[in-house]
Unconditional design. Structure first.
Length: 752
């Protein structure tokens, strides 16, 4: 009996470990499947796999998880973390003597360094991987790395070396049937010919890549080749065809949230509009591309955005602005060793300096441009590449014939061997099946006895639990009814405490969006006026639900007390007094202060002078105006504010709050600042709590964020405030989709 128990324990342990291994493998496979389509979900599966690795001792799976973490952090533009995880994977693969995976690690290090334009470091790791791949005859690794190494030489302007490596990658890919690597090499060869202005050859190679990638079912690779075809048409100034292919690529990149690809397509569409003379559209797409690229920080794309904007402002005859952008491009390209991009910047600088009358600088950059272009396009390179093209075309034809003959013979040999092995396998399977059945039914019999004893025991326990649960359910139902009554009564109290006056009573074109997360809210709004002045504010109290509503009720009562009983007019003085009273109210009899309070935006508007006075505790004020700048009188000192975000017609200005709340959070609280702005007809403002921007949603389940909110408001500034309220709420519902509302929401807007 003791032996049977030991056997069963060992059996269950083995089954548990095997189940965990299968579970981890499945999670890792889910990550690869959804890496680009749903990054948040893919990351959750990767984390789930990693959490189970502690239950099993499998270094191979651990290294695989580290490698996939490197993929993830490179995808979201955090290359430092990507390198940390690929180093961890490399260490384990060395201990396992897994040379194939070491080749993959070296290749991926090269990719990460290439993405951040550290080309020498990238080439070092590619060559290390290539040496190892050649040593162990890993043809698949050789095909991939030669293609990637060729890209490094292409970025450096060494087209001859790049062409050598691309053709080598194609040769090996054809031999081993690696369509993905073959398609990559064709696509990149097309890019070389495009940079040498041989557009027919460029399109020929790109379309070869396109035909291969149609059969691979890879959205990422399809997007890449569609983008490149669009760029060739752009170089030929076939703007309609350029936009057709660029928008196909853009649709894929936006769905995958591939922001570098989105930026590149924006840039190309902007340049196509520049060629057509549609300058507003061109500038819009250029600026959208620049915003994304500055956030990502990748050097090579940034150089092109700066050069394009430099060229744009040159055509607008804004030569100083043109020089400013082109110098940014030149400095980045020179530091990173990007010859082609440096040449483009030199050409623009030479023209702009010439228009500004800076002859010496114009000549300097013209001379440098000529030298760089000679380096990129010397005749020896062009002839060598053309010669290679003929040699490789002849080689591929002979190779295809020999491979077909070899394939037919291998297929015959394989079928003969398969028949022999099939007969042997059938004999072996019959014997193994008998042994397996005997073991299975023996174990099953023991398990059935154990399960039967367990079920009888559990039934007796369950009868006792059922009676107890029934009594507890009745008690819980009664308690829930009492709690619901209390919450509904609290909601009625809070509703009666809110202002009877609405913002529309004071300002005809205005709105208030007030959406508590629960029945009661930790957000509140406050509105008052007299003959000369109008006061309005929104506040976000500590917490939400009943605790937050309690603080909101205190805040409303105290503001009413200050307005009705104290001779305080300016927002900063009102917030200072509110701060004092909140701390006093939340101090217990033994002198302990609760660390509760609120963030608030508080405004006062003079109906005669149109001067807006504002003070804020952690919550800002946004003003939308057609003006290029506004003057903010902050505590008596005038500041000229530039737009925080620019649009085609309107600009958005942000007046920042004091970085402190109302309430006891820190010992060194300072008096609140007073900001005053002269408003003009057509200006509008928005004040809000953080609930709208903090809502999770979208395809990746991320926060909406203030930057997105700014762009949305700026894009709808022409609409009336009542219309804006409707579309703001609709935008929230679309973003949130099926997810839960995470916080109370309070947004107020006024157009003057």
């Amino acid at each position: 009996m003791k032996c049977l128990a030991v056997f069963l324990v060992s059996l269950f342990a083995t089954i548990s470990i095997a189940q965990n291994e299968v579970f981890v493998e499945a999670c890792l496979e889910e990550f690869i499947t959804y890496e680009y389509d749903s990054t948040a979900y893919a990351k959750s599966q990767l984390d789930l796999a990693y959490s189970k690795l502690t239950d099993i001792n499998d270094n191979g799976l651990r290294a695989k998880a580290y490698k996939y973490y490197a993929f993830y952090y490179d995808d979201i533009a955090e290359p430092d973390l990507g390198l940390v995880y690929v180093d961890s994977a490399e260490f384990i693969y060395k201990t396992l003597s897994d040379s194939i995976e070491l080749v993959n690690c070296y290749n991926y290090k090269g990719i990460i360094f290439s993405n951040i334009s550290l080309l020498d470091s990238s080439a070092f790791w590619y060559k290390k991987g290539l040496d190892l791949a050649n040593k162990i005859h890993d043809n698949e690794g050789i095909a991939k790395i030669t293609n990637n190494l060729a890209i490094v030489f292409m970025d450096k302007g060494d087209y001859l070396q790049a062409s050598n490596y691309f053709h080598e990658s194609i040769r090996i890919s054809k031999e081993i049937g690696d369509l993905e690597s073959e398609g990559n090499a064709y696509n990149n060869l097309g890019t070389i010919y495009a940079q040498m202005d041989d557009y027919d050859m460029a399109l020929s190679y790109h379309h070869k890549a396109l035909e291969i990638r149609k059969n691979l079912d890879s959205d990422v690779q399809m997007s890449s080749v569609l983008l490149n075809i669009g760029r060739v048409y752009l170089a030929q100034e076939k703007t309609k065809e350029c936009r057709e292919y660029s928008r196909k690529s853009l649709a894929i990149d936006e769905r995958l949230e591939d922001w570098p690809g989105v930026a590149l397509n924006y840039n190309n569409i902007g340049l196509s509009f520049l060629y057509d003379g549609v300058m507003d559209s061109s500038l819009y797409y250029y600026q959208e591309a620049l915003i994304i690229r500055e956030e990502l920080g990748y050097v090579e794309p940034l150089t092109m955005s700066y050069s394009n904007l430099g060229e744009f402002y040159f055509l607008q005859k804004k030569y100083s602005k043109s020089v400013s952008y082109c110098l940014k491009s030149y400095d980045l390209a020179k530091d990173a060793g990007l010859v082609y991009e440096q040449s483009i910047a030199c050409g623009c600088l030479s023209k702009a300096y010439d228009e500004l009358g800076a002859t010496a600088n114009a000549f300097r950059y013209l001379k440098e441009q000529v030298e760089l272009e000679a380096l990129l396009r010397n005749d020896e390179n062009t002839k060598a590449i053309a010669k290679q093209e003929m040699e490789y075309m002849y080689y591929y034809k002979n190779l295809a014939d020999s491979l077909e003959r070899e394939r037919i013979q291998k297929e015959k040999d394989y079928l003969t061997q398969l028949e022999i092995e099939k007969n042997e396998l059938e004999k072996s399977n019959i014997q193994a099946s008998k042994r397996t059945q005997l073991i299975f039914f023996s174990v099953l019999g023991v398990l059935l006895i154990i399960v039967l004893v367990f079920i009888i025991s559990q039934l007796k326990k369950q009868q006792k639990k059922t009676a107890l649960i029934k009594a507890q359910k009745e008690l819980i139902t009664e308690q829930k009814h009492e709690i619901d009554q209390s919450i509904n009564y609290a909601e009625m109290i809070q509703r009666t405490s809110l202002p009877e006056k609405t913002i529309n009573d004071i300002f005809k074109d205005s709105y208030l969006l007030y959406k508590p997360k629960d029945i009661v809210s930790g957000d509140f709004y406050w509105i008052e006026e007299d003959e000369e002045l109008a006061y309005f504010a929104v506040a976000d109290c500590t917490g939400h639900g009943i605790p937050g509503a309690f603080i909101a009720l205190i805040g409303t009562i105290l503001l009413n007390e200050i307005f009705n009983s104290k001779n305080l007019k300016q927002p900063n003085n009102i917030l200072d007094e509110l701060n004092r009273l909140i701390q006093l109210t939340l101090t217990s009899s033994d002198g302990k202060q609760m660390k509760d309070g609120m963030d608030i935006s508080f405004c006062m508007y003079n109906k005669t002078s149109r001067v807006l006075s504002y003070s804020g505790a952690n919550n800002p004020l946004w003003i939308i105006s057609k003006r290029a700048s506004i003057v903010n009188n902050s505590n008596g000192s005038e500041q000229i504010l530039k737009p925080n975000l620019e649009g085609n017609t309107y600009n958005l200005f942000e007046i920042k709050p004091d970085k402190q709340p109302v309430g006891k959070y820190m010992d060194d609280q300072k008096p609140f600042s007073l900001n005053q702005v002269q408003l003009e007809k057509g200006d509008s403002l928005h004040i809000f709590t953080d609930g709208y921007a903090d809502q999770f949603g979208g395809e990746r389940g991320k926060k909406y964020k203030y930057k997105t909110f700014k762009r949305f408001l700026l894009g709808h500034a022409d609409n009336s405030m009542s219309t804006q309220k409707d579309i703001i709420w609709k935008e929230h519902l679309v973003w949130k989709n099926d997810l839960e509302q995470v916080d109370d929401i309070c947004v107020m807007g006024v157009k003057f």
